[in-house]
Design a protein around this ligand. Structure first.
Ligand code: NAD
Length: 356
């Protein structure tokens, strides 16, 4: 299949491929849309099984950033980059500097941030060669945006619980968290502080132990976490967790988590609606991280940043209300709202297609 006809291509403004024989760097930068501002998004390093898989991932993620930033009211466009390789065995300083040169060559249309497989230290290395990086220890968590992502997801869970169960507090509410890494851990902490019972699973024993010891999270096996008896299922590990196999097994009435691209296909959003499960669109509720990165870039106070993150709750309430009124799946309503912002802002020629 040619790149232009790939479903995930979806009117991308720019897709750039780069190899550097000296360092072994193989990378792709994708900029989906810059109507609202430069394409800001994470630089992910992952051992993709094929180049096609890497391309598909970067296109989907970059498009998702367009929607996420638009819906969060940020003056930012959608972009993402991927480095093909294992961050544990192949990443080194020279490679990150070569990646920085690649980012610099895009003249600011793409601004990198940390992502899965990269960290704040890598962003510092890259900043030696390009100014188009963000998330450089300019917040109270050493630049890590995950606590802000977790805060946004927690506020969304509260809004969804209020919408569905009509209660203002999480006392007596059970949340099953899949993945207790950077975001999942902070999310579990907010939930416990609010009185929720938290079930958790992780393939990484260290992360699991930390959540049990520090927070009193109750362990569920990784096989059983999706179908755990809970009020809310919070995916905070990987994408495509909501698919034709898992949706039938869900026992939670609400799905609200941080993972990107939780729906494997558009049909899965419909399947959740059919089952009466309230799905909180991932790109809406996990925007706390990009909001944090934005405020780090412009040097805002914490108060300004937190006020902005709190708006996720209001936007979600609006999406849930419209979805109820139109009997339409929440994902589609959230996309429509983002498209309204983009169209109002500029030259979005045609509505963006949903991508499975
Ligand atoms: P992370 O790598 O720190 O944490 C993910 C955790 O999930 C790890 O502890 C990992 O061991 C665990 N995990 C992996 N596979 C699992 C499985 N099958 N079952 C249970 N646990 C499993 O990543 P993170 O930064 O916490 O991000 C979590 C998700 O949220 C990712 O999908 C990421 O793309 C998305 N996200 C993160 C941010 C952010 O600010 N970090 C922002 C937006 C979206």
């Amino acid at each position: 299949m040619s790149v232009f006809s790939a479903p995930a291509y979806d009117q991308h403004e720019l897709v750039s491929f780069h190899t550097d024989a000296r360092t072994g760097l193989r990378a792709i930068i994708a900029v989906h849309n810059t109507v609202l501002g430069p394409g800001v998004g994470g630089c992910r390093m992952y051992p993709y099984a094929s180049d096609e898989e890497a391309l598909h991932d970067v296109l989907r993620l970059s498009r998702g950033m367009t929607y996420k930033s638009a819906l969060a009211g940020l003056p930012l466009g959608g972009g993402k980059s991927v480095i093909i390789g294992d961050p544990h065995t192949q990443k080194n300083r020279e490679m990150m500097l070569a990646m920085a040169d690649f980012v610099e060559s895009q003249n600011g249309r793409y601004v990198a941030a940390e992502d899965s497989g990269t960290c704040v230290e890598d962003m510092h290395t890259m900043s030696e060669r390009t100014s188009f990086v963000s998330g450089l220890e300019d917040n109270e968590h050493g630049g890590d945006p995950s606590p802000s992502t977790a805060l946004g997801v927690y506020l969304a869970i509260r809004a969804a619980v209020k919408h569905r169960l009509g209660v203002d507090s999480l006392q007596g509410v059970t949340v099953a968290v899949q993945g207790l890494g950077h975001v999942g851990y902070y999310l579990a902490r907010h939930l416990k502080a609010d009185g929720a019972r938290v079930l958790g699973a992780d393939v990484n024993q260290e992360n699991l132990d930390r959540a049990v010891t520090d927070l009193g999270v109750e362990v569920v096996s990784t096989q059983d976490i999706v179908s755990a008896q809970a009020d809310v299922f919070a995916p905070c590990a990987m994408g495509a967790v909501l698919n034709s196999e898992t949706i039938a097994t869900l026992r939670s009435g609400i799905v609200a988590g941080a993972a990107n691209n939780q729906l494997a296909t558009d049909e899965d959003g419909h399947a959740l609606q059919e089952r009466g499960i309230l799905y909180c669109p991932d790109f809406l509720i996990n925007a706390g991280g990009i909001i944090d990165v934005h405020h780090q870039r412009i040097g805002s106070s914490n108060a300004v940043k937190y006020e902005h993150i709190q708006r996720i709750e209001t936007t979600l309430a609006e999406v849930l209300k419209r979805a109820d009124e139109c009997h339409t799946q929440t994902q589609r309503i959230a996309e429509q709202l983002a498209e309204e912002y983009l169209t109002a802002a500029g030259n979005l020629a045609a509505p963006l297609r949903a991508v499975g």
